[in-house]
Design a binder for this molecule. Structure first.
Ligand code: PRP
Length: 179
């Protein structure tokens, strides 16, 4: 797959803007879960950077866990099928759980994960996403914490990839429209 050079991507969210919003989300979670404990579940690989920054803004006692599902297979469009790659390492029954995603696009992954984890009878299940492509999303539940609502553009950086690359960019940028 050939990609445009990195200079051709349009800057969308700077690292400072992201950090400010992540701190706000952490503060909101602190208020809502004061006096309680959490399991924060990152959906790999995309949510790795957001998760690591978010949990450092949360000061209620928490455990981290991770799972991995995949539906993009490295490409620009969802394959339409969500594939489990690996699961949590602990029970979430009767626990307060926050699922952490980098992006909700079609909503296929979010719906699949929300319904799968609900079957495990958590005390509460919240969904936190850094980015939401609202116009593109068909979702069966309410997103509890949204960092930014963005237009329907393919985005990279801060955990988000194109063919596995660019996850390490500290900011978020959009693929040029003509690509
Ligand atoms: C991305 C992203 C979400 C999902 C969102 O994962 O991290 O999990 O796609 O898209 P959807 O709303 O259309 O389902 P991907 O399968 O690319 O794996 P990755 O996190 O490893 O990049």
């Amino acid at each position: 797959m050939t990609h445009p050079p990195i200079e051709a991507f349009e800057p969308m969210l700077s690292s400072a803007t992201i950090a400010e919003r992540v701190a706000e989300l952490g503060a909101q979670i602190n208020r809502e879960f004061q006096g309680q404990e959490l399991i924060v579940v990152g959906v790999l690989k995309g949510a790795a950077l957001f998760m690591s920054d978010l949990i450092r803004c949360i000061d209620v006692p928490l455990r981290c866990d991770f799972l991995r599902v995949s539906s993009y297979e490295g490409g620009l469009k969802s394959t339409g099928v969500v594939r489990w790659e690996f699961d949590l390492t602990q029970t979430i029954e009767d626990q307060n759980v926050i699922l952490v995603e980098d992006i909700v696009d079609t909503g296929l992954t979010a719906n699949f994960l929300y319904e799968s984890l609900l079957l495990r009878r958590p005390r509460s299940l919240k969904f936190c996403t850094l980015l939401h492509k609202e116009a593109n999303t068909r979702i069966n539940f309410d997103l509890d914490y949204i960092g930014f609502t963005i237009p329907n553009r393919f985005v990279i950086g801060y955990g988000l990839d194109l063919d596995g690359k660019y996850r390490n960019l500290p900011h978020i940028a959009a693929l040029p429209v003509e690509s």
